[in-house]
Design a protein around this ligand. Structure first.
Ligand SMILES: [Zn+2]
Length: 179
């Protein structure tokens, strides 16, 4: 999605664009705000802006190959982690197992809550969502690979409060990325 499609958040957009223009965007950004404030939309839009090959001073083009891949959640260098639930027979879930649902959910509505998301992927009420240790390992091995296309890889980590204790290694990598 383009920055112009994100409602409001004018100051935040300006700040991010300024940081990018001066090549001072920190490698990790935490978007904090109440439910429905558009944090996830802003993350999607700013990542699209970063990878766009024909961006203007204020927005991505929405039409280049990178923009198209990112807007369909299929860019090989952009990864997503989010809370999941156990779906089948004790198999520890990873975010990749739910990419189809993630694409569908994000296509319809960028302002969904964790409860909306879990309601979509869980088949019963009493599933406790989390970002599993298996997901942490999966994401760390993805981030260790060289980028396929652009110059960098990106992880959009939605709802980091669902990370497990064993995920400290991922937090450490976010604080101190490999060069
Ligand atoms: Zn573009």
């Amino acid at each position: 999605m383009r920055l112009s499609e994100v409602h409001g958040l004018v100051k935040q957009k300006e700040h991010l664009l300024k940081s990018i223009a001066s090549n001072r965007l920190p490698h990790a950004q935490l978007f904090l705000g109440p439910a429905g404030s558009g944090k996830l939309s802003l993350a999607h839009a700013i990542v699209q802006y970063l990878y766009c090959t024909d961006r203007s001073a204020t927005d991505s083009c929405g039409e280049c190959s990178s923009c198209r891949k990112i807007s369909t959640y299929s860019h090989p260098d952009v990864h997503y982690s989010f809370p999941t639930v156990i779906k089948t027979s004790g198999k520890k879930p990873k975010s990749d197992d739910f990419m189809e649902e993630w694409r569908a959910m994000n296509k319809d509505d960028h302002y969904f809550s964790t409860a909306d998301w879990i309601g979509t992927i869980a088949d019963s009420e009493n599933k406790s969502p989390n970002i599993t240790r298996e997901e942490t390992h999966s994401i760390m091995s993805k981030l260790a690979l060289k980028p396929y296309e652009g110059e960098a890889k990106t992880l959009i980590l939605w709802m980091p409060e669902y990370l497990q204790k064993e995920s400290n290694a991922l937090l450490k990598l976010i604080e101190e990325p490999a060069q």
